[in-house]
Design a binder for this molecule. Sequence first.
Ligand code: FES
Ligand SMILES: [Fe+2]
Length: 419
Amino acid sequence: MLPLNATELLALKNIIDSRQPNHGLPSQFYHDELLYRAEMEYIWRQGWLFAGHSCQIPNPGDYFLYEIEGDSIIVMRGDDRQVNALYNVCCHRGSVICKDSEGSLKRFICPYHQWTYDRNGRLLLHHGMQAGLDESTLGLHRVHAREVEGMLFISLAEQPTNFDPVYATIAPVARPQGMARARVARIMDFDVASNWKLVWENNRECYHCNVNHPQYIKANFDHYNADDTIPRVTERLKAVTTRLEAKLAAQGMSVRNETGMTEFPDPEHGIWYAANRTPLVEGYVSETLDGKQVAPLMGDYTDPDVGTLRVRTLPNFWVHASCDHSVAVRLTPNGLTHTNIRMIWLVDSQAEAGRDYDLEKLLPFWLLTAEQDWAICVNQQRGVSSHAYTPGPLSTYKEYNLDRFLRWYLQEMITALGI
Ligand code: FES
Ligand SMILES: [Fe+2]
């Protein structure tokens, strides 16, 4: 899309300037093609994206594809066991090489004229071609990839932002969960008819939880805010947090005692990644319908009473993890009004379905909560598409994180566009 001409820049500036402080976004943010292309270019192609879990590709040659914005990326474990990310595009005449969305390969053989690449993307064979080709310039194009405690991130940027602070923030908090020593219990894909920002806006507030998430609110405290937390709830939260703090400190973990959702992101400091642990309601040791453990303990845990681990990175990822399972959510925009959403349930690597866990008990808590959220997002997309839509004010008690997300988003766009 680059470079933008002056008229296009002005059009984008007008949209970005149209948001009133502490209000939702005007309709154009969800319907303007040029803005969408700018978001893809500056936020999605420049940022770090969660692609999947390392346990999806345990052995050299295992791969899965991540399809994003017209690009197909092969995420593969190489012979040295490192994770490589490569564009799924042949260097001869551009055919896609891998057609299956996941699998295991010794070599990449292009289906068109059978040029053959090794697992690191180096060109090995090109029968029928004249002598003298410089194979070193004809390898598969690489994508930056980093692994953090079983979570795989890629960046399509030529020079991505420094990932080290992200690693330093997330790794120590996520390590006890053992997502690197896990197995996939279930992957589910959803096509949600909603702009990707609406999905985040919904994720960043629990104003909607009381009525829309009857299961979630039984297990968690974060739907209580400064305006509606009665003393009895404050006492319960304090008691469970104090008890858990003492217990976890001995294991090198910590929980935070706070009312409402943990503040995230931090637009003033450009912080788009976070990891923390929060207490569950007394009596809950897992985010399951009855709060009971439903699978073997994961990672380093020796006791189910560890609250929940939450990791989130903009623009496309969050994970909620209990003592016995984790549930990752990966967002991928699919045009202005659709978002592809993948959910990945992990359990301990030794756990066997049927013997150690039962999907009927493992899935419902987050599947119900997610489907409730996706329905909300679709409703909102329909509403913001109406001629009658005007953005209303946000609750400073309950939508502070939504406002933080919008300010982060606007700041990213303003900086990238230089406006
Ligand atoms: S396009 Fe791949 S070998 Fe020709
Ligand atoms: Fe929700």
